[in-house]
Design a protein around this ligand. Sequence first.
Ligand SMILES: Cc1ncc(COP(=O)(O)O)c(C=O)c1O
Length: 467
Amino acid sequence: MFILNLHDQTPLYRQLYHQIRERVLSGELPADSRLPSVRDLAAELATSRTTVESAYLELYGEGYIYSKPRSGYFVSALDSEAAPRSLIPAAPRQTPLQDPPHPCAFDFHPARLDPASFPAAIWRRLFLETLRDNVRELTHYDEPQGDWGLRVAIRAYLERSRGVVCDPEQIVICAGLQQSLDIVAVLLKDGHSAVAVEDPGYPLPRSLFRNHGYRVIPLPVGPGGLDLAALRGSGGTVAYVTPSHQLPMGYVMPVANRLRLIEWAATGGRMIIEDDYDSELRYHGKPIPSLQGLRPDGNIIYLGTFSKILSPTLRASYLVLPRTLLAPYHHRFSHYFSTVPLLEQKTLAAFMEQGHWERHIRRMCIICKRKHDALLHALERHFGNQAAIIGQGAGLHVAVQLLGPGPDETELIDRARHRGVRLFPFSATCDVPRSGPPMVLLGFGGMNGDEIEQGVRLLLQAWQSSP
Ligand SMILES: Cc1ncc(COP(=O)(O)O)c(C=O)c1O
């Protein structure tokens, strides 16, 4: 006996299909037993023949039943071990889905951008022009390394702004750091087994290299960047670093240490992975040239992203491979495809070629510097000497050491959340748990000046309030 529910949103034929399939799989309808004729079952269920026919055809198409000319449909013999246990679709939820987490009014997440900053009008125009001009390209697969025009534009930009010297052949367009490092992890696997990372540092590279079977060696960082003495003694042969704006501490590796690091990589086939993720955003002084620019033929893999200036949801980044890795790259990845949509790549190329990218960087630097200064003033005003700011002057966040008695990190984050303030846990950046008074990472990109001021005031309340 099958039951069709007219009030269910699932189409009637699908309801019937599921019920028959369940009985076939459970053995309730044994192999080779005959199913009722379409006409009989339709009459029994007071439904149309089309409903029954559609259910039978679907079951037939998937091999649950077979047909014999002029005899009707029969149940197929299935391997009961291999069959899924139950295929009745889960009953509709009795409890409603929970609302998505409520966005906090004051979100200090370190990787948010100004909500009004995306150049939507220009992007829309370029996107539509790109669509109009590239209809042919949409019908076939794109170059695996990424759109040539975009790579040419990135090359020119990197040379001008970061001193990176490379050819477009060395550039791979990727859908973010994760994909860039996935490629790097595969390329380095033959000669390397241990990767040194900054601690505290960006957590993604640690997880990624561990997932690829590498030993990850967390090394301390200080105002001079990665601890080079510790690196030399670590046994690591690959070093992942953020020398132009260390995440999370904001340190800038001085040029003398950059040269020492490059020297370290020059022997024994070692490799540096230079993550230059937000070097565009410097608010004082001149940007320090990239490691790659200091030694273009060195063992340096250079990584950059469009997430910090344009949008993290475009998922567009790039990887510059040293020439020595080009042949292994082509060998390993010749059957891969680009993961960044072509229209987006070509829009981005037009955005760069027409000068919008560098104008946008200048605009973002002005906007972000204003927010950065507002944050420093708010910290000064509310916390005074209860907070020491670390790594100011660049990027989208500062690290703050809270001083004096106060709650631990978990308690602080909790108290802040109750006041509408979202904090990213600093401890997530630490591979080796640290003790002592909490540090907080305060990202300012997603808030305006007033919100920053109020957010810091509420943060002080959370820090000082009793539990
Ligand atoms: C150190 C570091 N590198 C790179 C990125 C950017 O990654 P993606 O290009 O995947 O957005 C981030 C983002 O927060 C980061 O903190």
